[in-house]
Design a binder for this molecule. Structure first.
Ligand code: MG
Length: 442
């Protein structure tokens, strides 16, 4: 007769024997955890290979040859990112285990008490992306594999077309079509004005009361509407046309503009409003079905959350390093997916190739990917950043090498240091004013 206590003993013995291999594996794993890489040094690499200041964070570990790179580019305030990394994040992070990416992100985010600012977010992004690079190198996999693998083969992009006049814009757009692009952003200059995406020679019909760059929203709107008409006539209906208002018009003008361009069937209108005016998106939605893209200036969850939850935009286009790196951007992509909003990350020249690789990694793993902004990498950039994303027929291809698949040649980077800016603003932007001298957003 088997007694109850014998049953317990039998069960305990059976459980222990079946657990022994698992315990051994767990101990082994814990052992590996104890020897997981630790942050040994954090360095900042700065360079300016294409007229734009780029900042990259390099994290070195205590394991020989194991390191990673992250983009921390905030070109308009580039000189402030280095001390944010070196004086604040570095002493906070030295000795920490590199494999706890989320924990490191959260603790860095909280360590300044006040948060969601562009300088600090970029510094955290440099660390965050470098840790993902390290994890990929450890795994021997590209980062996209660590995020679940590809949802598509390559990343569809749009190029920047522009010109002084309508014919120039059409010609510039055709240049992209000939390269295989299916999507082109079109911008036109306004004579005598500092237009976004394209300027035009000549002078304004009215004399400004100042000597600064000039911009009048109403004149730009009239010219942009005519540009879309010409582009549709000359380029046909099949080419996807995009446009960036760059938050230069008033909220009411934005409502009217989006309503007027509905007939041109644009892929999207970008930044018709500034972050301060996002409550006006509901008015635009109530008046037209023009697809809306927003978010490149966002730094805080309080900015993107209401637009996503309210289904008030169609594309979220944050700048990855401005929101704090790959980790928070991935959460934005997943949140957007729940509300039927697609991604269109900000990707012009003020993102380093490391940042571009982080973006297209997110593009390739996100089911709700929409489109990717593209900016070419010149020869100097490719001499510094080995392994830039490959562009072919309008598609960007992610690297298959471990991590981001990018190596930074620091000797080459040193040959392209930050250059003194002509206006003495260290990469910062100057002002643009209306005829009467009023500063406008740019
Ligand atoms: Mg933009």
């Amino acid at each position: 007769m088997i007694l109850r206590r014998d049953l317990f003993r039998l069960a305990a013995a059976t459980t222990l024997s079946s657990l022994t291999p698992n315990l051994a594996r767990a101990e082994q794993h814990a052992g590996r955890g104890m020897v997981s890489p630790r942050i040994k040094d954090i360095q900042v690499i700065e360079c300016e290979p294409a007229g734009v200041r780029l900042t990259v964070v390099k994290i070195l570990t205590d394991q020989d040859g194991l390191y990673g790179y992250g983009c921390a580019t905030f070109t308009q305030r580039a000189d402030l990112v280095r001390p944010a990394v070196e004086k604040y994040l570095k002493p906070f992070l030295l000795g920490k285990a590199t494999d706890r990416i989320e924990d490191i992100w959260q603790s860095c985010y909280d360590s300044s008490y006040w948060k969601n600012g562009p300088v600090l977010n970029n510094a955290i992004s440099g660390v965050d992306q470098a840790l993902w690079d390290i994890k990929g190198r450890q795994a021997g996999m590209p980062v996209y594999q660590l995020l679940g693998g590809k949802c598509r083969e390559a990343v569809d992009t749009y190029g920047h077309a522009g010109g002084e006049d309508y014919a120039d814009v059409v010609s510039s757009a055709r240049h992209y079509v000939e390269q295989g692009f299916r999507n082109v952003r079109v911008q036109i200059g306004v004579p005598g004005m500092a237009g976004y995406g394209s300027s035009a020679a000549g002078s304004s019909n009215f004399k400004p009361l100042h000597d600064k760059p000039l911009f009048e929203p109403a004149q730009y709107i009239r010219r942009a509407l005519k540009m879309f008409e010409v582009c549709r006539q000359e380029l046909g209906d099949e080419l996807n046309l995009l446009h960036d208002v760059h938050e230069r018009i008033s909220p009411n003008q934005a409502v009217l503009f989006c309503k007027e361009v509905e007939k041109f069937n644009l892929f999207f209108v970008e930044d018709p409003l500034s972050p301060e005016d996002i409550d006006y998106f509901r008015q635009i939605r109530d008046n037209c079905a023009t697809p809306l893209a927003m978010g490149e200036l966002f730094n805080s969850p309080h900015e993107w959350q209401p637009l996503l939850e309210g289904r008030l935009i169609d594309y979220i286009r944050c700048h990855l390093s401005q929101v704090g790196g790959l980790s928070p951007a991935r959460k934005i992509a997943i949140l957007a997916e729940q509300f039927g909003v697609k991604t269109a990350w900000h990707g012009p020249g003020d993102v380093s190739p490391v940042g571009h690789m982080a973006q297209i990694t997110l593009d390739i793993v996100s089911p709700n990917f929409g489109i990717q902004e593209y900016s070419p990498f010149n020869d100097r950039t490719q001499a510094i950043f080995h392994g830039c994303p490959l562009m072919k027929d309008g598609y960007l291809w992610v690297n298959e090498a471990p991590g981001w698949g990018i190596e930074v040649d620091e000797k080459e980077a040193a040959k392209s240091p930050f250059t003194p800016s002509k206006n003495g603003l260290n990469g910062g932007w100057g002002e643009i004013r209306r005829l009467d001298g009023t500063v406008i957003k740019q």
